[in-house]
Write a protein that binds this ligand. Structure first.
Ligand code: UDP
Ligand code: MN
Length: 361
């Protein structure tokens, strides 16, 4: 019989090169810091480029291609009409990894600080409470048992019920709806999925238990890779509006600079190319302050209430845009609202299930 280490795996997901950066740091945290004995799997979609795929192959034992367009059955076909659920459904593919008896899913924005191999002793579906609504579990870390049957059943459930938050967390909480009440063994302690803003919501508990924290989760639209990093001081600058803990951001960047950045392919474009060209000798500061977000990402952040006050969305820029709009042709029907992305639609505050927790008053 194969060793347990071969039949159990940590699984993560990237649909683009930027999230793949997160997977690389996560994979290295599992190997270098946590010294796991289990396999590492990354699920990717065609949105991940070949050079990034090569990079992932250095860290992960298995790259599992997921292509939603290769529809397998009727449920998958129906999905093509639901682009809003595409990342959610990509995550569900982890149930198809039936070469493993048991697996632990980890979001690409998690970081493992200590060995967590004991998670494989838990049963499906084990997860930690969500900091925003603790009767729901957070779907950034969960223990599951791969099974085609469960996969099909999840897809059918999703097709008929949808997801109350539009994402995987709402869906999985409805499907595994007895999690909150049935079996306390399926409640992972919070130390397995600590939001990196936890020190805001309950500082005394954070101070008391911080040495026990095993997995950190950088929830929210601004991820560790969006933060400014100074190559001379080797320090990351926290962005106050995101609330991520500086020590955790620093660990993420230390792992990134030690194990990921040195082998990044400089031919990669955008944020990754810029990170690949960083040199510790020059003492240059890597951008951050959301300057590397695409217009679309910035719009999403704005709608989530995460405004880059110090960078692209600073007052001067908004004023400039306002002045330009006002000077526009008299026939123009454009109206300025406080959302600089929109010329006529009022700011919408899209509610997402996993917003960073607000500081305690
Ligand atoms: N993800 C991805 N591409 C995306 C969005 C999400 O690959 O465009 C994956 C990635 O593994 C990510 C997970 O889905 O960690 C959940 O999204 P995210 O972590 O951004 O949500 P949050 O934890 O902030 O609610
Ligand atoms: Mn996440």
């Amino acid at each position: 019989m194969a060793e347990r280490g071969d039949r159990e795996a940590f699984v993560t997901l990237a649909t683009n090169d930027t999230y793949a950066l997160g997977c690389l740091v996560l994979g290295n945290s599992l190997r270098q810091r946590a010294q796991t004995t289990r396999k590492l799997v990354v699920m990717i979609t065609p949105g991940v480029t070949q050079p990034m795929r090569n990079q992932l192959a250095r860290v992960f034992d298995m790259i599992y291609d997921v292509n939603l367009l290769d529809s397998r059955d009727a449920a998958n076909l129906q999905l093509l009409g639901r682009p809003d659920l595409s990342v959610t459904f990509t995550k569900l593919h982890c149930w198809r990894l039936t070469m493993f008896d048991k697996a632990v899913f980890l979001d690409a924005d998690t970081l493992v600080l200590q060995n967590v191999d004991e998670l494989f002793d838990r049963e499906e579906l084990s997860a930690a409470p969500d900091a925003g609504w603790p009767d729901c579990f957070n779907s950034g870390v969960f223990v599951f048992r791969p099974s085609e049957e469960t996969y099909d059943s999840l897809l059918k459930f999703a097709m008929s019920q949808g997801s109350f938050d539009g994402g995987d967390q709402g869906l999985l909480n409805m499907y595994f709806r007895d999690w909150a009440t049935k079996d306390i063994a399926r409640h992972l302690p919070f130390i397995y999925n600590v939001v990196s803003q936890a020190f805001y919501s309950y500082l005394p508990a954070f101070t008391q238990f911080k040495d026990s924290v095993k997995i950190v989760h950088f929830i929210g639209a601004t991820k560790p890779w969006h933060h400014p990093y100074n190559t001379a001081t080797k320090e990351v600058t926290p962005l106050p509006e995101t609330g991520h803990n500086k020590d955790y951001l620093q660990i993420w960047w230390d792992i990134f600079m030690s194990f990921v950045q040195p082998t990044l392919d400089p031919s990669l474009g955008g944020l990754i190319g810029e990170l690949a060209s960083l040199s510790l000798q020059t003492g240059a500061t890597f951008g951050g302050s959301q300057s590397h977000l695409s217009e679309q990402e910035r719009k999403l952040n704005w709608e989530r209430g995460q405004v880059d006050y110090l960078g692209a969305d600073k007052f001067e820029n908004i004023k400039e845009k306002l002045d330009k709009s006002m000077k526009g042709p008299a026939t123009s029907s454009k109206t300025y609202t406080s959302n600089p992305f929109s010329t006529s639609i009022p700011v919408s505050t899209t509610s997402t299930a996993k917003k960073p927790v607000a500081p305690k008053k």
